[in-house]
Design a protein around this ligand. Structure first.
Ligand code: ADP
Ligand code: MG
Length: 263
């Protein structure tokens, strides 16, 4: 006896891995019958649920893969607290156009002005658009790549770093890199540039001091900047530390003593 088509529909959805459609087939079919939906309306509705769930899972995985130290969003960013920052420029970045254009984003400024916050927020937006993102500090990346050199797998590690649509490179210039680390960081910047894959970078050092960032190698620093800035949006945040400002508002006696690190 042949299997009835009703049963085949259930089995087929399961075989195809359409788990959400499989789970909802009965209820959606009943709804369709009660409301007199067309066949295509029914199919569209069923697939919509499947696709929405896939998208949700994809974003969840992307956010896990990204390893953000904390999730920050643009909606939480208080632009009024940073009047020197060009809001329109940030909103233009939020459209995601920089992704397709392979444009880098460079956030410069002193500690506490929201560079990491904005870099993460752009990364989160990218993940929500369905792309892979990877967050790292420059020093963590340098240490990781040095280990890869020792284990004879630099080539593979660099290849992995080319995969995400966006590489968030935080705290460039906070800790000084040695010559090997500087050359490894340069290779990452160089290869991502060649592949037109955006880097979102934060630094407390103005470009004029980037020689120090690259182990006092001014030539290497210039070559890195050349690639980074060829296609880039630079946001120079000159304002005051957000945390210090908040604490002052709260009337804390510790204002100005510092003490807590950045993200
Ligand atoms: P930076 O990377 O420039 O040192 P962070 O992005 O780490 O600064 O900001 C320090 C803290 O202050 C974070 O918790 C961040 O979310 C918050 N912060 C900074 N600027 C703003 C802002 N304009 N609006 C809301 N929160 C902010
Ligand atoms: Mg920071």
């Amino acid at each position: 006896m042949s299997v009835p088509y009703e049963q085949r529909a259930v089995q087929g959805l399961e075989h195809l891995g359409l788990t959400v459609a499989h789970a909802h087939l009965d209820s959606v079919a009943q709804r369709a019958a009660a409301a007199g939906w067309s066949y295509t309306h029914f199919l569209g509705y069923l697939l919509d649920g499947e696709l929405a769930e896939r998208q949700r899972k994809r974003v969840e995985l992307n956010l896990m893969f990204a390893r953000f130290p904390v999730v920050k969003r643009l909606a939480e960013f208080d632009f009024a607290a940073q009047p020197g920052l060009d809001r329109r420029l940030v909103e233009e970045l939020a459209t995601g156009r920089f992704l397709s254009e392979g444009r880098n984003v460079v956030l410069l400024g002193p500690p506490g002005v929201g560079k990491t916050h904005l870099a993460i927020a752009l990364g989160v937006l990218t993940a929500e658009r369905g792309h892979r993102v990877y967050f790292t500090t420059a020093m963590d990346l340098a240490v990781k790549l040095t280990k890869a050199v020792d284990a004879n797998r630099l080539h593979r590690e660099l290849k992995v770093l080319m995969q995400p649509k966006v590489l968030v490179l935080d705290e460039v210039g906070y800790l000084s890199l040695d010559a090997v680390q500087a050359s490894l960081l340069f290779q990452v910047i160089c290869q991502r540039y060649q592949k037109e894959q955006p880097v979102v970078l934060t630094s407390n050092k103005p470009f004029a001091e980037w020689g120090q960032v690259f182990a006092d190698d001014a030539v290497l620093a210039a070559a890195a900047l050349d690639r980074l800035l060829h296609r880039a949006t630079v946001l120079n945040i000159r304002g005051e530390s957000y945390r210090l400002k908040e604490r002052r508002k709260a009337g804390s006696p510790q204002v100005g003593k510092g003490g807590d690190g950045d993200l």
